[in-house]
Write a new protein. Structure first.
Length: 211
């Protein structure tokens, strides 16, 4: 437990001490407000709070001196396993908690499907970003950025693409109407579960192949 708390503390202190993180957050928010259709801004801001903690904590974390130092002192036992768990769990929990607070500015109370979808997508995105930082980095960042831009602008709007662009699920749940035509909020819960299972499976596979 001490390793988990220590790793989370180091992740937070490292990210909070970097002024670039504040600039990044401001840039992403400004871009979201500029290019998102007006009526969709509230929901997209909530989705942003689901995703940004992972970006804030995980960008360049894999190659950081802090991570290398932690890994060097956890050679024995299952210390490294706990570090790897913390790397995706801490950003996921942060995204779930922050979005659970922010959603009340948009929907009070939010539909129950939001709590499930937001938690699952926060976990999925943390795993995806962690994997791209470790294996693809800049190419992965570019792909995720394009996917996010396509999602917030609605440039690829359609029944299929709405489900492929999983970064927008929390906002989609808030705008979905159970009695109207279109995807039911429950469908986003199921889709979120599928995304998380897929990302978790790929993460475990890559981890086993590496070790």
């Amino acid at each position: 437990m001490q390793i988990i708390i220590f790793t989370a503390k180091m992740m937070w202190e490292r990210a909070a001490g970097m002024s670039s993180r504040l600039w990044l957050g401001g840039l992403l928010l400004t871009g979201l407000l500029i290019i998102t259709p007006g009526r969709q801004i509230p929901g997209q801001l909530v989705s942003f709070t689901v995703l940004f903690p992972a970006v804030f904590l995980l960008a360049d974390w894999n190659s950081s001196a802090a991570r290398k130092g932690i890994m060097s002192i956890t050679i024995r036992g299952n210390g490294r396993k706990k570090v790897r768990i913390t790397e995706w769990l801490f950003p996921a929990l942060a995204g779930a908690v922050v979005s659970s607070i922010a959603v009340f500015a948009v929907s009070a109370p939010p539909p129950w499907q939001f709590w499930v979808a937001a938690s699952l997508i926060a976990t999925s995105f943390s795993l995806v970003l962690l994997m791209t930082e470790q294996h693809l980095k800049y190419a992965g960042r570019a792909i995720l950025s394009l996917m996010w831009l396509a999602q917030i602008t609605g440039s690829l709007h359609g029944r299929v693409t709405d489900f492929l662009l999983f970064t927008g699920y929390p906002a989609a749940v808030l705008s979905a109407d159970p009695v109207a035509e279109g995807p039911h909020p429950d469908s986003y819960v199921l889709a979120s579960l599928v995304v998380m299972l897929l990302t978790a499976s790929i993460y475990v596979y890559l981890l086993k192949r590496k070790t």
